[in-house]
Every structure is written in C-alpha cells, then in structure tokens.
Design a protein around this ligand. Structure first.
Ligand SMILES: Cc1ncc(COP(=O)(O)O)c(C=O)c1O
Length: 349
C-alpha cells in the first residue's frame, strides 16, 4: 500500500479531540478554514507579482479530491491531457471521468521524462499531470527537467498539475524542486498537496490545491458542489500538524531512507531484475525479465504472501514491472524482497 506505517503524531490527534470537545462540530468555510489556508499560503514558494494568500488555497478531502476538482473543473470532451507514464492511475481515471482524452507519453529508460516525446505531445494539450516525487517510480524530477517543460510550454495555454504529495520524502541524490519554484511554470501550475504522506495522516483525508486564481475558483466551485466543506475538526488537526517540529517528519524520512537503502542493496545486481534507485517517495519500480504479465506476477507473489502492484496498472509501459512500497517494517521488507528475488530473479549462469 502507498500508506505510511507510522501512527499519526499524537499532537495532531489531540488537536482534533480538542476541537471536537470545544464544539467545533459544524460546517467550516467551504474553501477551508481561513487560518489553515493562510498558514499554507505562507509556506508556498514565493510567487512573482502577487504574494500567495488564503484565497489562493482550497482545502480538499485529500489530494484525491484536489485532483478531482481541478480535472473536473478544467477538462471536458475534446480536451487532451498529457500524462507521462507510468503514472499514478487516478490521473487517467479522472480525465476519462471528465470526458477528456488521455495522451500517455512513456517515460525514458531512466524513468525521467522523455523530453522529445513530450515536445511532440504537448502542443494543443489542455493539461499535463504528473507527480513529483513520483508514484510509482520513486523518481524526483530535476530542476532542468522542469525548466525544459516550462520552455516546451512557452506561449501555450496548457495547464500543469503538479502533484507534490511526496515532497518531504526525498533521499540523497534526489533534489526536489517544486514546479512553483520554476519561473516558467509558476503561472500555469496548479499545485496539489496532502497531509497524508508527510504526516502519516492518510485516514484524515486532508489535502489542498493552490494555483492561478481563475483555476482555483473553478476547482473550488466543483469541490463545494461535489463535497462541501472539509471536516472542521480535521482542519484543526492539520493546523497542529503544521506546528510540529521538523524533527517529527525528519525522523520518519530517515526511516524511509534506511528502507530505501535496504531495497537498493537487496535488488541491485540481481540477474534478471533492473531497479532504478528510488530518489523520493517510498516506491521502487522494478523491471523483470521473465515473460509473464505484471498482473500475473502480482498474483503469484500474493500467493507467496508478498503484496506488490502490477506495473501495468500505471500505464502501458509499466508492463514488465512491479511497484514495491517500502513503507513497511525492515524485517517484512527483507523477507518480501527475498521472495521477489526467488520468484523473478534469474539463476546466475
Ligand atoms: C501521487 C499521489 N497523489 C495523490 C495521492 C492521494 O493522496 P490523498 O490521501 O491525499 O488523497 C496518492 C496516494 O497514494 C499519491 O500517491
């Protein structure tokens, strides 16, 4: 599962309990608590022209609802959406739901963007969606990649949706730069964020989006139509999460980094397997040589009590791969990785 195995930090739970006891049990502002949106706006990378304010942020039920709001607000029949793939499968599902057309562009061999292929696909596209750091590949897109994307889009109306759910989970070797920090992207980027991964708050369902005011207003309209306001006590819990000392998140990131090192040590140099070292998030995308579909491999591994996701779930070029989540205890990981190697690795000749 793409799910932190840490408990939600106690002060966050306490803040929700306090809010409920204090009678904060009624509707919140439909765009989210003013003070929470203001606190989040302050934390966004500086914007040229106008500083970010609370009105540029909409609180949503996780990043899922932020993505849904922006896609449903901006995409309709006849609109083409470029999705570099393998990609988080929700993006294509939402585009289809909105009546748009998915234009999958395969990643390069190193799982970074194939800029030539993007140069061909982007003209005329209404939107491009990606995650950075990436689910399912664990790749962190480099600043130059983002700048190159900005150059490719120069003069176009194409909207960029940058899902940065894993922004705090970056390991040595990966250098995270938000799309909002890239001058040529800032004005066309809808930034999607969530408390789920950073603060181990998946079940609380709290996320948000920020971006160009017209797009944010349109997304807010969809959001209040479909969902109404986000749970009030949860938003007080989110405020408490923002107040946590950095050491709380850093501690979790250190643990993920150790597990990531374990995955790299175990899976590198295994004949028949090819791993691109994860730079961020908590996923490893593993290519195997055996001629069996990824769906069948996922099933066979499940029979051996190892749960992975089939690469094909994330787009056509994910076939021949599995996605491993290392949001799991070290010992479970060791056992699971050994079973994967026994099942998919080739005997040494
Ligand atoms: C890239 C990415 N975006 C968004 C989400 C959804 O996050 P949320 O729990 O905030 O809805 C996930 C969850 O796995 C994810 O991997």
């Amino acid at each position: 599962m793409g799910e932190p195995d840490f408990p939600t930090p106690p002060p966050v739970i306490q803040a929700a309990a306090n809010a409920l006891r204090a009678g904060r049990t009624h509707y919140a502002d439909q765009n989210g608590l003013w003070e929470l949106r203001g606190a989040l706006a302050e934390r966004l990378p500086a914007r040229h022209g106008a500083a970010w304010g609370a009105d540029d942020v909409v609180m949503t039920h996780g990043a899922t609802a932020a993505l849904a709001a922006v896609v449903l607000a901006m995409i309709g029949p006849g609109d083409r959406v470029v999705i570099p793939e393998p990609a988080y499968s929700l993006y294509a599902d939402l585009v289809v739901l909105a009546g748009g057309t998915v234009d999958y562009v395969p990643l390069g061999r190193d799982l970074h963007w194939d800029l030539d292929a993007l140069a061909t696909a982007l003209p005329g596209a209404a939107m491009m969606i990606f995650s950075n750091p990436s689910n399912p590949t664990g790749i962190v897109h480099r600043e130059q990649e983002l700048e190159a994307l900005g150059d490719l889009l120069d003069g176009s109306d194409t909207l960029v949706v940058s899902d940065e759910a894993y922004h705090r989970l970056v390991y040595p070797g990966g250098q995270f730069v938000s799309a909002l920090m890239v001058d040529s992207l800032q004005g066309r980027t809808v930034y999607v964020q969530t408390f789920s991964k950073t603060y181990a708050m998946t079940g609380w369902r709290v996320g948000y989006l920020a971006g160009p005011r017209k797009v944010v207003d349109a997304a807010a309209h969809v959001h209040r139509t479909l969902n109404g306001s986000l749970n009030t006590a949860v938003q007080y819990a989110a405020l408490a999460a923002l107040a946590l000392p950095d050491s709380v998140v850093d501690g979790m990131v250190d643990t993920y980094r150790e597990r990531r090192d374990l995955v790299i040590a175990r899976l590198s140099d295994v004949p028949g397997l090819r791993l691109v070292a994860p730079e961020g998030a908590f996923y490893a995308f593993l290519r195997y040589d055996v001629d069996v579909s990824s769906e069948a491999v996922a099933r066979e591994l499940a029979e051996r009590k190892v749960i992975v996701r089939a690469g094909a779930e994330y787009g056509p070029s994910g076939e021949g791969c599995i996605r491993i989540s290392f949001a799991a205890a070290n010992e479970d990981l060791r056992v699971g990785l050994d079973r994967i190697i026994r099942h998919l690795g080739l005997p040494r000749s």
